[in-house]
Design a protein around this ligand. Structure first.
Ligand code: ZN
Ligand code: MN
Length: 480
């Protein structure tokens, strides 16, 4: 039994997410119209996506391929699937039905791994077409109080994958992490540009609460209109608190669709939620089932890139760090570089630290792994101090070049060996009383005095000496 995470004392939060992801195909799902964002309204349309009588759909093979690729990345089973009509009336959908998949979706029963190592189950990831877009003129932009409404069908028929999670999510942060991870996967696969602000990735959250220990789920509300990862967290927390407040006064939430109002930080009631019966689903008579072969699936699997979770695991294994602590480097796409640098013999932990802290975070790395490894090796061997290593690296980033040559040009190399001993001897000679004390001191007292001598050496070398090397020289001199 897993531990219960309480949202508020005595209450558990239950969240399932539905994410709509527009596929980055050249053309729409069932016609040859361009699939591009930002064109003049109603310029990318044809009889099929306008739902004119007599027009017929033709399936976009790339969309099917992308959907299966995403399904396999989410560890789903890919099965033969059937398109269905979901009937409802809305002005942005000229056919009065949406072609989607119902009881036989392309992808089922997968899972998604979060950076903290937890998993969220994927119920299904099915293919469907997007609707057009209405905008309401006059008033505050909502349909109520508007003077007129305009509709743009450029988006009608754009291919979508709808990814439905199990109600496995227990905190707002986990919901945010899920959306973030899904976005990274989609981008790694190249199947969508996943821009929440442009609506190519849209999140609906099914939210309910229940008293801790109650086995059944209670009434859920579906929150739509969430267009940033931050809003995912805010909307879920608001909605859960609303439910608890209702239960606290002996009332209940009603099952309904609600809209997230970003400006006021609250949800508002929309239409009361239909049951699937209301949609009168039936198989789409104008399309044949999709039946991928075992070869198709094997080919897709073989072409999958290494996904973020595997990349985190690989980097954690190599460096001995926790998977959650290598997220930053993986998100920046710098993990391959770390792997190469470690591969030519550099210390893994030191390499991870230097890459994470000292390389420009927003740029691809242009340094040769061999040069970077050489730098790390020099630092690890005590030939360069941390400060010096950073200076050499800055020079390498600025003008390129070999770290050994740069260190020599800066006079760093000498400092690490003979020159350092000379400086230490000078300091010893200048402080005979402290040195006499150091020689006879016990470990504890010696530590303190060692700090004094190291400080003097640092002062004399403007911080260019390696503290560890100084301690070694001091110990050697004292042992004579
Ligand atoms: Zn069209
Ligand atoms: Mn949908």
């Amino acid at each position: 039994m897993t531990e219960v995470i309480e949202f508020q004392p005595g209450w558990e939060l239950i969240v399932g997410l539905e994410v709509h992801c527009e596929l980055a195909t050249k053309t729409k799902m069932f016609c040859g119209c361009r699939n591009e964002f930002g064109h003049e309204p109603n310029t990318n349309v044809c009889p099929t996506c306008l739902g004119l009588p007599g027009s017929l759909p033709v399936v976009n093979g790339s969309a099917v391929e992308y959907a299966m690729r995403l399904g396999r990345a989410l560890q789903c089973t890919v099965s033969p699937s059937v398109f269905a009509r979901k009937n409802y009336f809305y002005p942005d959908m000229p056919k009065d039905y949406q072609v989607t998949q119902y009881d036989k979706p392309t992808n089922t029963a997968g899972k998604l791994e979060l950076p903290d190592g937890s998993f969220v189950g994927i119920t299904r990831a099915h293919l469907e077409e997007d609707t057009g877009k209405t905008s309401h003129q006059g008033g505050d932009g909502r349909i109520h109080g508007a003077e007129s409404s305009l509709v743009d069908y450029n988006r009608a028929g754009v291919p979508l994958v709808e990814i439905v999670s199990e109600p496995d999510i227990r905190t707002a942060d986990q919901a945010k992490a899920y959306v973030d991870e899904l976005r990274k996967i989609v981008l790694a696969l190249g199947v969508s540009d996943a821009k929440m602000e442009e609506g190519s990735m849209r999140v609906d959250a099914n939210v309910s609460v229940r008293p801790v220990g109650e086995p059944e789920f209670r009434t859920r509300c579906e929150i739509k209109n969430i267009n940033s990862i931050r809003s995912v967290g805010r909307a879920i927390e608001y909605e859960a608190k609303r439910h608890i407040a209702l239960y606290d006064v002996g009332e209940k939430p009603t099952q309904e669709t609600r809209h997230w109002d970003e400006e006021h930080g609250r949800t508002r009631a929309g239409r009361s939620k239909e049951n699937s019966d209301d949609y009168r689903y039936f198989d789409e008579p104008d399309l044949v089932p999709l039946v991928p072969t075992a070869d198709d699936i094997a080919r897709i699997d073989a072409a999958l890139p290494m996904l973020p979770a595997s990349r985190r695991r690989r980097l954690a294994e190599i460096t001995g760090a926790a998977a959650a602590d290598v997220t930053l480097v993986v998100d920046r796409g710098h993990d391959d570089f770390v792997v190469s640098v470690v591969g030519v013999g550099a210390d893994a932990k030191k390499t991870l630290t230097r890459v994470e802290n000292d390389l420009p975070p927003d740029q691809p790395i242009t340094l040769a792994p061999q040069s970077f490894a050489q730098l790390v090796i020099m630092e690890t061997a005590g030939e360069l101090t941390a400060t010096q290593a950073k200076q050499v690296l800055a020079e390498m980033l600025e003008n390129g070049g070999d770290p050994k040559a740069i260190a020599a040009a800066k006079g760093f190399e000498a400092m690490a060996s003979g020159a350092l001993e000379a400086v230490v001897d000078g300091i010893i000679a200048a402080n005979p009383a402290d040195w006499a004390e150091f020689v006879v001191a016990d470990d504890k007292a010696r530590k303190k005095l060692s700090g004094f001598f190291t400080g003097q050496v640092m002062k004399a070398t403007q911080g260019q000496a390696d503290g560890r090397a100084v301690a070694e020289v001091l110990a050697r001199r004292a042992a004579r």
